[in-house]
Design a binder for this molecule. Sequence first.
Ligand SMILES: C[S@@+](CC[C@H](N)C(=O)[O-])C[C@H]1O[C@@H](n2cnc3c(N)ncnc32)[C@H](O)[C@@H]1O
Length: 330
Amino acid sequence: MSKGVKILAKDTEKTRRKLLQLGLLDTSKKIKKIGDYTIIPVIEPPAGFTVVETSFERVEKIKGFKERLKEFLPEGKSITSFDIIGDLAILEIPDELEEYEEKIAESLLLAHKNIKAVYKKASKIEGTKRIRALKLLCGEPRTETIYKEHGILLKLDISKVYFSPRLSFERERILKQVRDGEVIVDLFAGIGPFSILLAKYRDVKVYAIDINPTAYQYLTKNIRINKVGHRVIPLLGDCREVAPRNSADRVIMNLPKSSHEFLDLAFNVIRRGTIHFYSISPEQDLYSSKIELIKEIGRNMGREIEIRETRIVRPYSPYHYHIAIDIEVK
Ligand SMILES: C[S@@+](CC[C@H](N)C(=O)[O-])C[C@H]1O[C@@H](n2cnc3c(N)ncnc32)[C@H](O)[C@@H]1O
């Protein structure tokens, strides 16, 4: 028998938090429900509560991923890089650990009960659609999932469209800059993570463009799921052909490998406002040559510009970074 605090069921969460703060909650045992009451296990009886003696079920301790890996990987080796997208995981497995890939995947599945399948990156991100080959290592043979971020839902097929959960902070950073009434052109919208987020929280008009028909299909689905159809106009095609000209207060250019080839288009699309330019840069020259190029193209097109902000979005590969440059066009 152990000690527990007996409270009305409706007060469970509030009391649990209070006991946790006081350092009195016994997290090794499960909270017990009896009729309209719950009994919360405690290490020591707190003052001011009704304390009872009862038996509790023990909380099953789930071994973590890293802990499981230690059981079979060579000394000093581990897996540091993986993404969880909805209920699917994508692992990056170094060649030297390939022989352990299935056991590694099983370990991830066992450690995270909400993951239903584990894939491995089987190629680099390639082609115009910016997708990569994936290999199923364990779990359900399914590539469609729903990802939640900042209160929006994004449905996608991880094998057919580009999506990165690692840009979550960047998307939020852009959202903080956007004001009601803006016209935004998302030149490389994919399944819509930027477009839908901005339209969800601001009264804006967003043109969301993508050349990949499958990404466009998910984009239209996601517009519906998130109820932003009155604010987002999806466009299928090459942005060079379909982007509205001289219309935008903000342009998003998340095609980091080749966005520099579309800078002239971005200057034609923006009326005045901000261009969010993304690129991949080597560590020794994160911004200078990109800024020079931006200034040169801006000058040639007769646009007055100012570089407002630069930042590293995330590491991309050894010695290379995905970077952002915010360009103010006057
Ligand atoms: C790196 S992904 C970014 C997608 C999305 N912005 C995101 O953050 O998830 C780039 C997207 O641009 C699309 N794309 C590539 N070239 C394009 C073009 N010329 N016109 C329109 N979309 C293009 C690809 O299909 C891909 O979905």
